[in-house]
Design a binder for this molecule. Sequence first.
Ligand code: KMH
Ligand code: ZN
Length: 308
Amino acid sequence: MEKLIITAAITGAATVPSLTPYLPITPEQIADSAIEAAEAGAAIVHIHARRPEDGYPSSDPEHFREILTRIKETSDAIVCITTGGSVLMTVEERAATIPIFKPEMCSFNLGSINFALHTALPSIKEFRYPWEKEYLEMSKDFIFKNTFKDFEYLCAITKKNETKPELEIYDVGHVYNLDYLVEQKMISPPLHLQFVMGVLGGIRGTPEDLTYLKTKAEVLFGKENFTWSVIGVGGTEINLSTMAIHMGGHVRVGLEDNIYIKRGVLAKSNAQLVEKVVQLAEILNREVATPDDARGILGLKGKDKVKF
Ligand code: KMH
Ligand code: ZN
């Protein structure tokens, strides 16, 4: 079986700071947490930025620059920059970093969904920053917009900058959206699919759901034309990771997606979540990929071609 690529999603935009004191916020904290996750075994680090003063999701390229240069100085990890940003940003804001930094990878969200975060509200007793409560509440009536026009825009940007898209699939219709883009030659194999499971508004994280997504992708694209990875959002993270390791897929974990190391116990760092996946891989006899192994598996352009 192919070596296992572990991605660490360091801070995201869906986890608000009041949910866990361990969420990295400043550029320095985000970079250091990414470096530590890479040392623990992550080949890829998925990066969002936050405003250092209050942790609000940021699209400011200067916040990203600080994070990216610090990571590159000390780590060989592949950097995958978000183009999902936060649900309140336009697609232009979300993708502004790609032509500037020309990363090896970026996320590419394949459909619009109700990205509901309000279910986190009851677990927060006290808010650390004033924006958080409204941010979670408004998600009840908000659509994370990713239209065909947005796809065109992202296809052009990723092609031009030789950035490999990590194709985020939140539901089965998104696999069909991708099929359309392939058919139109807007995007070409080999594809890298990321099944995002467990977001309220998208597909759940049951074993049948994962098997179905994988089977559907095989039918549409052919087994040899894609690699896949899974994100179990919330409580499904470790269960889905175990399934993916066994099924030949890859795995993403991190505080962006899940804040617990086990039921009721907060993860103290991204590295701790990565370590758990490394242990699972050992138990299941799957070797873990280094960043260079992952570059080979995914066909990336290389660290020397990024602009940071
Ligand atoms: N926050 C995750 C559920 C992105 O950055 O483009 C999906 C994600 C999206 O990582
Ligand atoms: Zn993300």
